[in-house]
Each structure stands twice: as C-alpha cells, then as structure tokens.
Design a protein around this ligand. Structure first.
Ligand SMILES: *[C@@H]1O[C@H](CO)[C@@H](O)[C@H](O)[C@H]1NC(C)=O
Ligand SMILES: [Zn+2]
Length: 387
C-alpha cells in the first residue's frame, strides 16, 4: 500500500514536471519581433493605446475597441467576454462610472469550462485621471501591447499543437487567458475603495461563478493556475524582485529564460547585443544587469508586495507572479520633465519584455516544436481604428 502511494505520487510529480517544456535555442532565437507594430506613432498594436484612456471616457472606449478589433481580426479562435461593473468614485459626483474588463480565452478544442487550468496574462488598460493628459505609457499601455503580441505568437503555436491532436488528452492541456483590466488607477487618492475597480469586481463575481458540478476547477478563479500581472514595464534597466515565496519557482523559470535569451544575444537592450556591439570600439563584453535578478535568492526572503490588480485575486487564493519593477520607473505618475509618455519608452526594453513573456508562456503551454519560423515573414497587421 505504502509503495503504491509512493509510486502514484512519483507519477504525478513526473507529469507535473513534464508540464513545463523547455524551449530550444532555435525557437528562442526565432520568436517574432514586434517590429513596426510597436512603432509609437503608427504601430498597429501600440500606437492606438498611447492616448488618455481614463475609465468611463471615450478614450477608454476607443482603446477597448482597438483590443476587440485586434482579437476579432488576428485571433478569431479566442472567446471574448466583457465584464461590466460600475461604481461611484471620489470625483464622479454621485454618478456611477462604468468599468469594462476584457476577458480573452483560448481553451483546448472540445474542452468545457472547468475542465482545464489556465495561464492568465494580465495588465490594466485604463490611465490615470490626473495630471490631465497623463498617458501612462509604462502604466500600462506597453504591457497591454506586449500581451497582444504575445497572444498572437502563442496562438499560432497552440493552433499547430492542437491540430496535431495534442488536445486529445485534456488532462495534459491548459488554456491561455488574457485579462485586460479597467479601473486600476485611483481617481483621487489611492485607497482600498479608490483603486482596482475592475479587478475587484471581477474577482468578486468569479468567486461565485460556478462551473458545472463535478468540474475539476469549481470557478474561473480556480481555473487560473498562475496569474501573471505585468505593470510599469517599458523603461530601461528594470529590476523586478521575486515578491512571493509560493511562486518563486515560476519567477525562477522566467529568470532562467531571460538568462538564456541574453546568452543567445537576443536581448536588444543588452549592451552586448550584436547591434550595440557593432556601434562601439571596445568589444569587451559589458556587465548586463538582469530584469529578474533574484532567481538565486533564498526561498524565505520575501519583501512585502506592491498594491496592484492582483490583490483581489490573491485574497481568493490565486497564485500570483507580479512582474513590476521595484523601484518604480522614474517616469511613474509623472508629468514634470520625465513623463510617462510614448517618447520616454525604451523600445528595446519593451521588445525584450515581449520576447521574455512570450517564451515563458510558451514553456508553460509546452509549445516547443510548434512554432513556425516562417510566420515571422507574414504581412504585418494593420489596424483600422482611428487614433
Ligand atoms: C458591457 O459594456 C459594454 C461597453 O459599454 C457594452 O458594449 C456591452 O454591451 C456591455 N455588456 C453587457 C453584458 O452588459
Ligand atoms: Zn498607475
């Protein structure tokens, strides 16, 4: 009896281990670049997000429409849902402001809700009310753009994998979810009541949205194996600590991919990237600080987390990987000289994050062998919404 139990747990360990598939060097090198689509003036993915988009305003609705258009034209297999809520805010004079989260999900074909766990990639798309004109390029226009680009790259590989019949064994399969949340910013001053409007409403509703009885995962919250929240990304030289002991293993996986991408000279922001090396006389490799420098830290030294959209989910037991730099970028909530606008983005860093997040998700979804290197040459997406 004891032996059987031990054997069973060994088997389940083995299958857990297999559920994270390392990407080959070749795949890492061939992950598609955002290229023109991340141009801050005309880029089909990024440019339409770089505008004011305060919750409840036309700018917010226009950016939401841009996301919906992107999924409709680029990712038609995805299930799109809008999650609506409304709330008074300290500046709304008793009126209710609408908050609209976008939930985009791609589950294995033939699966039903409650049967598969999901990797959720998350960012907020609203911008801060004050100071007037605040763009929030790192907060979180660029992270949203990263997620759209990553979703499309991963979608192509998922399609190939599932066409190859890999979805037949549902227990081995996972879904992918992109959450674009509204109402993260405070309207007046950050407090529990004045912040995280969309995230709070969604986590509350999902806690009691039950999947059919006898489902493996009881609610959409349970379905989230890992909630990866990107925020304040797009400034040069970010340092993202590992915030939570329970997801330090996931942090380490991402850090390992970062190191591999750097070793393969795929990190454009690195002083040792070939394009930068070519421009300087002294060819000696330079020290390059990692975005995720804490992979080696001891498993029990964790600082307090940062308040953000993950909180209402974490309070309900969802595992969180919070990808936010500490210290915050100098542009944070700033309009004086160093503004958080398009011109202050470090586009090499934005591109590096995109590649890193894509690769992390690809390993999570076990997509090695399903990327098509030729897909890189496909005609770039052109967006038709007006800026
Ligand atoms: C949610 O809000 C959006 C935007 O205002 C609207 O288009 C949509 O119909 C609403 N959905 C539901 C289910 O009420
Ligand atoms: Zn902010």
């Amino acid at each position: 009896m004891v032996l059987i139990v031990a054997l069973l747990s060994l088997l389940s360990l083995l299958s857990l281990g297999a559920a994270y598939g390392t990407l080959s060097d070749d795949t890492l090198k061939k992950l598609p670049s955002p290229g023109d689509e991340f141009d801050i003036k005309n880029g089909a993915i990024l440019a339409p997000i770089l505008r004011t988009r305060v919750s409840g305003t036309p700018g917010n609705a226009a950016v939401r429409q841009h996301f919906l258009d992107f999924f409709k034209s680029q990712l038609p297999e995805w299930h799109i849902e809008l999650h609506n809520s409304s709330s008074e805010t300290p500046t709304s004079n008793g009126k209710k402001v609408p908050f609209v989260n976008i939930i985009a999900t791609r589950d294995p074909p033939g699966s039903h809700p409650g049967e598969v766990g999901r990797l959720a990639l998350v960012a907020h798309y609203d911008s801060k009310l004050t100071p007037p004109g605040f763009i929030g390029a790192t907060d979180s226009a660029a992270p949203c753009a990263m997620l759209l680009h990553a979703a499309r790259t991963l979608d192509a590989a998922l399609t190939k994998k599932w066409e190859a019949g890999a979805a037949d064994d549902l227990e081995e399969q996972r879904g992918l979810q992109i959450l674009l949340l509204d109402g993260e910013e405070a309207f007046k001053e950050w407090s529990d009541a004045d912040s995280l409007y969309g995230a709070r409403a969604l986590a509350e509703d999902w806690e009691f949205s039950y999947h059919p009885a006898a489902s493996t995962y009881c609610t959409p919250l349970d379905s989230i194996d890992l909630f990866v929240l990107l925020d304040l990304l797009g400034s040069a030289a970010p340092k993202v600590p590992s915030y939570f002991a329970t997801t330090h293993w996931a942090y380490k996986s991402m850090a390992k991919i970062e190191q591999r991408l750097r070793d393969l000279r795929q990190f454009k922001s690195s002083p040792n990237h070939p394009a930068r090396m070519a421009k300087r006389k002294n060819k000696k490799p330079r020290k390059e600080p990692n975005f995720l420098p804490e992979a080696a830290k001891s498993d029990h030294v964790f600082m307090g987390g940062i308040q953000d959209d993950h909180l209402p989910f974490m309070a309900r037991g969802v595992e969180i990987l919070h990808v936010i730099p500490s210290p915050f970028p100098v542009v944070w909530h700033n309009m004086r000289g160093v503004e958080d606008d398009a011109e202050h983005l470090d586009m090499d860093t934005v591109e590096d994050w995109t590649r890193l997040v894509t690769a992390f998700a690809a390993e999570w979804m076990e997509l090695e062998g399903f990327f098509d290197p030729k897909a890189q040459g496909r005609a770039a997406y052109t967006d038709k919404t007006e800026l």
